[in-house]
Design a protein around this ligand. Structure first.
Ligand SMILES: Nc1ncnc2c1ncn2[C@@H]1O[C@H](COP(=O)(O)OP(=O)(O)OP(=O)(O)O)[C@@H](O)[C@H]1O
Ligand SMILES: [Mg+2]
Length: 273
């Protein structure tokens, strides 16, 4: 009688186990289908990488799309009360040639003749490391983890609403001009980094201060392209503030940020880049 009962229990347990497994598989299928319809362009591997973040409980859910650009989609995600930005690079539309050019000259990476997947993994790794490094000196969202073409970081937000970009909101422009100038100096001279794609599109405004995002193109000071990129960043920032009525001088700005005079040869190089 005891044995029969035990067999019964074993059977029940196995059945429960099977049901549980079935539920997981169903959840997985549903999740993949949902993401697929929202965004046809993700490949299966990317979808599985996202799914695994949920399974590993790094996040509880993905609640919406913050921004969908050419190369990446930024989702909002949360775990309990914490809000995160989940940046997913589209493997199909990334410009691997340019990515490779930036990665090749970076002394932190030693990739030789890489596959597209290796390049994009290094690209995300670079963004992750740049965010960490820059975050010691200036306002940036803290990166939490990376998986191939996926980066999870803190969401910069106000009551759950993602912070606006500098381009989309009125601020005290002369104050922001000074703050950004100082931040760029600290980033270059102390963190030894150049953002590489700095503009009003990649600066968020939070609590009346600039927060810098999108560091994937960032390079270290010793990178062969660093001066060229710094000149471009300086010019982008100056042009924006000029349009806002600020009296700017990109040569003086460059000198302040780098501690060096802007050499004609470097400026010419930057023009052709
Ligand atoms: N951590 C974050 N917190 C709040 N909003 C964010 C965050 N990261 C990104 N965003 C929003 O998503 C937009 C796109 O992000 P990001 O600039 O990193 O990607 P991108 O410009 O598409 O990337 P890339 O230029 O490399 O293709 C940003 O302009 C911003 O509005
Ligand atoms: Mg951007």
């Amino acid at each position: 009688m005891k044995d029969v009962l035990k067999m019964d229990l074993d059977k029940k347990e196995k059945q429960l186990d099977r049901e549980f497994q079935k539920k997981i598989v169903e959840r997985k299928k549903k999740f993949l289908e949902e993401l697929k319809t929202e965004n046809e362009v993700f490949d299966q591997r990317t979808l599985l990488n996202i799914y695994n973040l949920l399974v590993a409980k790094h996040i509880d859910e993905i609640s919406g799309v913050v921004n969908s650009g050419k190369e990446a989609v930024v989702f909002s995600a949360n775990k309990e009360d914490e809000l995160y930005a989940l940046k997913v690079y589209r493997v199909s539309t990334c410009d691997f040639k340019t990515m490779w050019k930036y990665i090749r000259g970076d002394p932190r990476f030693h990739l030789r003749r890489s596959s597209t997947r290796q390049i994009i993994t290094a690209w995300v790794e670079k963004e992750f490391r740049n965010l960490l490094r820059a975050g010691d000196y200036i306002n940036t969202p803290e990166p939490l983890l990376k998986r191939e073409n996926i980066l999870l970081m803190d969401m910069v937000h106000e009551d759950g609403v993602p912070a606006p970009r500098l381009k989309d909101i009125e601020v005290d422009y002369s104050e922001f001009y000074e703050m950004i100038k100082e931040d760029m100096k600290v980033l270059y001279q102390d963190a030894q980094l150049v953002h590489g794609d700095l503009s009003e599109y990649n600066i968020l405004v939070h609590e009346e201060e600039p927060v810098y995002i999108d560091f994937s193109q960032g390079v270290v000071k010793e990178h062969p392209l660093s001066k060229t990129l710094l000149i471009r960043d300086v010019k982008n920032v100056c042009n924006f503030f000029k349009r806002k009525g600020i009296d700017t001088d990109y040569k003086e700005f460059y000198k302040f940020v780098s501690g060096e005079e802007l050499a004609l040869i470097d400026e010419e190089m930057a023009k052709t880049y």
